[in-house]
Design a protein around this ligand. Structure first.
Ligand SMILES: *[C@@H]1O[C@H](CO)[C@@H](O)[C@H](O)[C@H]1NC(C)=O
Ligand SMILES: *[C@@H]1O[C@H](CO)[C@@H](O)[C@H](O)[C@H]1NC(C)=O
Ligand SMILES: *[C@@H]1O[C@H](CO)[C@@H](O)[C@H](O)[C@H]1NC(C)=O
Ligand SMILES: *[C@@H]1O[C@H](CO)[C@@H](O)[C@H](O)[C@H]1NC(C)=O
Length: 363
């Protein structure tokens, strides 16, 4: 049973309906979205992290069984324009650490920074997910918030979406499902391609590579979220972290001329959390996705201080080796963008790079 409201099915008829009918096939209002909480059962083996605190640290062992039902916040949006070639495709979009559903559907100047809107205007339906521990999703003991559990949840969510068993999806099914991820969730999506190779048809992995240039844990500038923002995170256990201040946030962007300071302010005011366990397990790079047979697209910002190694994100070009059975692999480097690709002045160019790739690959 889903706890969600099919919001605003009262589709507004624009004043320019007559012209619009001819020029722009607007079929749905901006507000044709359904949101709610989805309960998902998963059974997975996580890492035992006790070795991290030992002196000297012991290697991590993956031997902790997790079985349970977790409640995940989702928002499904119909496209605002009907494009027959994209009508059977669902884009499942997932944010990175210290973000939530705002990352792909930014509320400040959304006409520029919301990928969800951009994709909707290109004819794509989106399913925006708050990872476990973020947004309205359940906040469990943070030591279980690890890559294996997040990957099992993402795979289960996609499986349910394919069946049309999620909020907003009952009206139709989707034949093609594309996972679109950023940073931490790209590591999660990678794990999905390795462990659940039939879950998605294609993957767009952004702000991530298997080889990186900065240590991922412990990450300087990240502190217990309950100390940094007591009014929002005061009741969270210590091992939920967030970025300490706006300078730390800015380090995920390119230099000041590449973004609007108001975007950074909005981002800082709405920042979310990441678990210490995610920092620890994201650093265990996944192996090759030997059985994934779909399409892979890797996109980095040229100014990404972590996941773009000089020159010109050379590391991205080697990423194909991790997807030996993929139908296709392409990579792209967005100039004048840092790690947080959606939050730069050229966000629309980044969005277009993704939707053009989708079109080229038949999604
Ligand atoms: C999860 O499993 C429990 C126990 O088997 C069951 O009671 C519950 O209905 C399941 N939830 C979902 C969403 O399938
Ligand atoms: C997992 O492995 C560690 C290290 O060998 C061990 O200390 C721990 O007891 C194991 N946990 C389980 C649940 O087997
Ligand atoms: C921001 O946080 C970092 C890391 O905790 C700290 O070193 C720095 O002094 C802080 N900057 C400001 C302006 O508070
Ligand atoms: C993106 O950056 C990562 C890390 O620096 C690198 O390994 C990878 O090759 C880059 N990807 C592309 C497509 O350039």
């Amino acid at each position: 049973m889903f706890l969600f409201a099919l919001s605003a099915l009262c589709v507004a008829v624009p004043m320019f309906a007559v012209n619009a009918a001819v020029q722009s096939p607007l079929i749905r209002a901006e507000s044709d979205c359904a949101e709610g909480m989805v309960p998902l059962n998963v059974s997975v083996t996580n890492w035992d992290l006790s070795g991290l605190d030992a002196v000297p640290p012991r290697p991590l062992v993956r031997n902790v069984s997790i079985f349970g039902e977790f409640s995940i916040q989702v928002r499904f949006c119909e496209p605002t324009v009907h494009v027959p070639s994209h009508a059977d495709t669902l884009l499942v979009v997932v944010h990175g650490g210290t973000y939530n559903t705002l990352y792909w559907d930014f509320a400040y100047e959304p006409e520029t920074y919301s990928f969800r809107r951009f994709a909707g205007a290109e004819g794509f339906a989106t399913f925006n997910v708050a990872m476990l521990g973020r947004g309205e999703s359940e906040h469990p003991d943070p030591t279980i918030l690890q890559i294996p559990l997040q990957a099992a949840l993402m795979a289960e969510l996609v499986t349910q979406a394919r069946r049309g068993a999620l909020p907003g999806l009952s009206r139709r099914g989707f034949r093609k499902i594309v996972g679109i991820s950023h940073s931490l969730s790209s590591r999660v999506l990678n794990e999905v391609l390795v462990s659940f190779p039939k879950a998605v048809d294609a993957a767009i992995l952004t702000g991530y590579a298997h080889v990186w240039s900065a240590p991922l844990a412990p990450f300087p500038g990240f502190l217990p979220a309950r100390i940094v923002v007591p009014e929002r995170f005061g009741n969270l256990p210590d091992k939920y972290y967030t970025s300490n201040n706006i300078s730390i946030r800015a380090s995920l962007y390119g230099p000041p001329n590449t973004y609007d300071p108001a975007v950074l302010q909005f981002d800082e005011a709405n920042k979310d959390v990441v678990s210490v366990a995610e920092f620890a397990t994201v650093g265990v790079a996944s192996g090759k996705a030997l059985e994934f047979r779909g399409d892979v697209f890797a996109v980095n910002g040229s100014l990404d201080g972590i996941f773009c190694t000089p020159p010109e994100c050379g590391n991205l070009h080697d990423e194909h080796q991790f997807y030996p059975s993929a139908q296709s692999f392409e990579s792209s480097v967005i100039r004048n963008a840092g790690h947080d690709l959606t939050l730069h002045l050229n966000a629309q160019m980044f969005f277009e790079t993704m939707t053009k790739w989708l079109g080229r690959r038949g999604y």
